[in-house]
Design a protein around this ligand. Structure first.
Ligand code: ZN
Length: 374
């Protein structure tokens, strides 16, 4: 590392925390026998992530990136004008359900514009070299939102739209997405289904959410055929499975595709205590995966790496996962020690298991075929 290295960027805005997801109980709408409660997607997880950055002393070493609302012309390249207008109108009318499992409220439309705009600005500053890399700690998330609408807490396809911005307006030729959220990155896959300029990779829990989505056989269509990779891992996958998935699929795919920018839809719900996933990662795993992506980015695209916050629903552990990622991106350790590493790391079956190895081998075989088109 040289003294001239630009800082790591952090997109953050208090308004992100004011997006209301109501009083649903977990992922269930309340009513009948379901008592009103705390929604799964709520501000506290993200706020505690930001709080740990602050109390650890890391924040002053980051460059705070001020988000702006996304340009509507850019937004309309991915989402229809009808969908966007309907969301704006319904948001003014106190929200409701924007799509399957997507509660939203007053001003959620404007906050979603700011969320997408934050990821776009992170990409702009990273490509311009104003920051070395960046993490957009935005809300609402985006990787389930398809071209046609909202899904799974996501209103607009934040990361995909930022990718379109890089390709269409910044003149980049190729963008790679590595989605490590425990759920399938179906929205990013949908946006770039027929677009060979983007390699979309998703590692997720097999058959979790959305239902019947994220199969190995989904490889893209038309001109984009072969440019989508899904790696569905069995529930219970841990450190060994994710390390093997990166070493055998993700990193080789990046070197074969040669992107000009890597975007990570970053969910922390593959963590060992997450209520919406059944995986077993801890903060050292996120540290290692970040390191591997940084090394690849350094070799391939001048270190250009942007992460966009997605899921992660354990308010106690997510801040430590986020801290590990931010320390790695910023190349600066703090005094924070993650007490959950011992707990989660001590769980049985953390090593690569034969059925996990077989799942990775299936995507390896798809990669071997697909890369011939690249
Ligand atoms: Zn998720």
């Amino acid at each position: 590392m040289t003294a001239e290295r630009a800082p790591t960027g952090l997109v953050w805005h208090e308004r992100y925390m004011w997006h209301s997801t109501g009083v649903n109980a977990g992922i269930m709408p309340y009513g009948g026998f379901v008592q009103p409660g705390e929604p799964a997607e709520h501000p506290e997880t993200k706020r505690r992530f930001k709080n740990l950055l602050d109390v650890s002393g890391l924040t002053p070493h980051l460059k705070l990136i001020e988000p702006k609302p996304v340009d509507l012309q850019l937004l309309h390249r991915v989402h229809s004008e009808d969908y966007v207008a309907s969301l704006a109108q319904r948001s003014r009318a106190f929200g409701g359900e924007a799509g399957p499992s997507t509660p939203f409220g007053t001003d959620s439309y404007e906050i979603a514009l700011l969320s997408t705009g934050g990821v776009v600005e992170a990409v702009r500053q990273t490509v311009a070299g104003e920051v070395a890399n960046a993490y957009a700690l935005v809300r609402p998330p985006g990787h389930h939102a398809t071209r046609s609408g909202a899904m799974g807490f996501c209103l607009f396809a934040n990361a995909a739209i930022a990718g379109r911005y890089a390709l269409d307006e910044l003149g980049l030729k190729r963008v790679a997405f590595v989605d490590w959220d425990v759920h399938h990155g179906n929205g990013t896959q949908d946006v770039f289904w027929e677009d060979p300029r983007a390699l979309t990779i998703s590692i997720h829990q097999d058959g979790c959410f959305p239902p019947d989505s994220g199969h190995v056989s989904e490889i893209g269509g038309g001109a984009g055929e072969g440019f989508n990779l899904n790696l569905p891992l069995p529930p219970g996958s841990g450190l060994g499975a994710y390390a093997a998935a990166f070493d055998r699929v993700v990193i080789p795919a990046l070197y074969a595709f040669q992107p000009d920018l890597i975007i990570v839809p970053s969910g922390f719900d593959a963590g060992g205590h997450d209520p919406l996933g059944r995986m077993m990662l801890h903060s050292d795993a996120y540290r290692d995966m970040t390191r591997k992506l940084m090394d690849a980015a350094a070799d391939l695209c001048g270190g250009r790496l942007v992460m966009s916050h997605e899921g992660g629903y354990s308010a106690s552990t997510v801040p430590f996962f986020g801290q590990a990622v931010m320390e790695t991106l910023a190349q600066r350790r703090t005094e924070v020690v993650d007490p959950f590493v011992e707990v989660i790391g001590g769980m049985a079956y953390q090593d690569l298991q034969p059925h996990q190895d077989a799942a990775i081998a299936r995507t390896e075989a798809v990669l071997a075929e697909s890369r011939k088109r690249w």
